[in-house]
Design a protein around this ligand. Structure first.
Ligand SMILES: Nc1ncnc2c1ncn2[C@@H]1O[C@H](COP(=O)(O)OP(=O)(O)OP(=O)(O)O)[C@@H](O)[C@H]1O
Ligand SMILES: [Mg+2]
Length: 395
């Protein structure tokens, strides 16, 4: 998928702009505070109806405005262009999504039209942060590659888990947790346990299959990015691998009642990244951590393409930060070879000047106080290309 045309209205400091990006590499450069990340945020909003910088809608909407809108013409390979529009308003935490003239109610339906991968300075959180971030990363792949199977299973899992937790909390409120309380809750839980076990095992199986496919692609990308060796990836399913999930649920019942929630299951799954047997985050430098995370995200994009024939759009915020010139070049080379659409931000345009192959269509935008100017850039060996139409609209 590629964004053929992007229109942004009232997102952060972007008042109104229209751009026609390159289907391959787009560079947005400009001073601090000029609006580079805001453009990426607008694209994120178009793909997921939410920002990657804030859970709240207020900070995303331009000061003193009531709503923000982003509109994109999204081209799917070999098919027509889809018109996608997303608006968010101050008074309403909900979103309005329109795809080809129809209102959509779910963000998962939207996400199918514009799969995105984000690499930004917070990307380290994938390794340093909570398992939730890593589960979300894994589920991005399972969702996009095995959509039809995954969504209904995911809903079943959430429902069974919610019901089980609600019964557990009910049990916790009993005056004393003794054998008879446990026996009573255990019998009430039976129906939900059985549903939970089925959905959990099915979700685990999809994740496991996807993860096994991702691992070799990750190692392939990592070796193109860095000399770093000894990195291993492991998937933890959320319960003891030696025992069945029903056994684990039965054994942990008393603890689950005491805490009021299910302590094991796919909601506790994780990916563990290790280097020579130690935790990667305790050993690797910041730059190395960033390379590992980049390799994970690039591998996901590659696997998505290999499995579905579709490309995702990469948003790379502040690419040069913490990467030296050889690693920057290696990362740019992979992005170019993927022939996917990429939006990259940087402060100094020169930081990425020698990273592009002559045949790659690189479009450069100079971001100045919330406005974008197309800036013709000649890279070594590349023909001078006229900037495609770029209009800047002002209210
Ligand atoms: N809701 C808002 N309304 C108006 N302006 C805003 C709003 N939120 C943030 N800004 C301003 O928008 C500007 C652009 O921010 P943005 O993060 O996009 O800059 P940037 O070009 O990525 O900068 P940097 O190089 O520092 O990362 C900043 O000056 C910021 O203060
Ligand atoms: Mg920024």
């Amino acid at each position: 998928m590629t964004i053929h045309k992007l229109m942004v209205k009232d997102i952060r400091n972007l008042e109104a702009l229209t751009i026609e990006p390159s289907p391959f590499i787009n560079i947005l450069y400009g001073l601090n505070g000029s609006g580079k990340t805001s453009v990426l945020e607008a694209i994120h909003l178009l793909g997921l109806a939410r920002s990657f910088r804030s859970n709240r809608v207020k900070p995303v909407i331009r000061k003193d405005q009531q709503k923000c809108t982003v509109f994109g013409q999204v081209r799917h390979s070999g098919s027509a262009v889809l018109n996608v529009g997303v608006s968010r308003a101050l008074q309403d935490e909900n979103f309005q999504i329109r795809v080809s003239g129809e209102n959509l109610r779910s963000t998962s339906a939207l996400a199918q039209h514009l799969p995105l991968q984000l690499i930004n300075p917070d990307t380290f959180r994938l390794l340093e942060g909570s398992p939730k971030d890593r589960r979300q990363f894994l589920d991005w792949g399972v969702f996009h590659v095995k959509q039809r199977d995954f969504i209904p299973l995911w809903k079943r899992l959430q429902k069974a888990l919610k019901q089980r937790n609600s019964l557990l909390r009910h049990g916790r409120m009993s005056s004393s947790i003794n054998r008879s309380t446990i026996a009573q809750i255990s019998s009430e839980l039976q129906v939900w346990n059985s549903e939970l076990v089925k959905a959990s095992e099915a979700v685990h199986q999809l994740r496991d299959e996807y993860f096994e496919q991702l691992k070799p692609v990750f190692h392939e990308v990592l070796s193109q990015l860095t000399e770093l060796s000894g990195i291993s990836l492991k998937y933890y399913r959320g319960w003891d691998k030696e025992r069945s999930f029903s056994e684990v649920l039965a054994e942990s019942l008393e603890k689950d009642i005491q805490s009021g929630y299910s302590q094991s299951g796919p909601q506790r799954a994780d990916i563990r990244v290790r280097i020579d047997g130690t935790n990667a985050i305790d050993t690797l430098s910041r730059g190395q951590l960033k390379l590992v995370v980049c390799a994970l995200k690039l591998a996901q994009g590659m696997l998505f393409y290999r499995k579905t024939g579709k490309q995702c759009v990469f948003l790379v915020d502040d690419l040069p930060s913490e990467l030296d010139a050889p690693h920057r070049k290696a990362l740019c080379a992979i992005l170019q070879n993927m022939k996917t659409q990429v939006f990259i931000t940087c402060v100094e345009q020169s930081a990425l000047a020698d990273c592009w192959l002559p045949e790659v269509y690189v479009k450069v935008f100079h971001v100045k106080q919330g406005r974008l100017e197309a800036n013709e850039q000649i890279y070594p060996g590349r023909e001078i290309r006229q900037a495609e139409s770029l209009e800047i609209e002002h209210e």
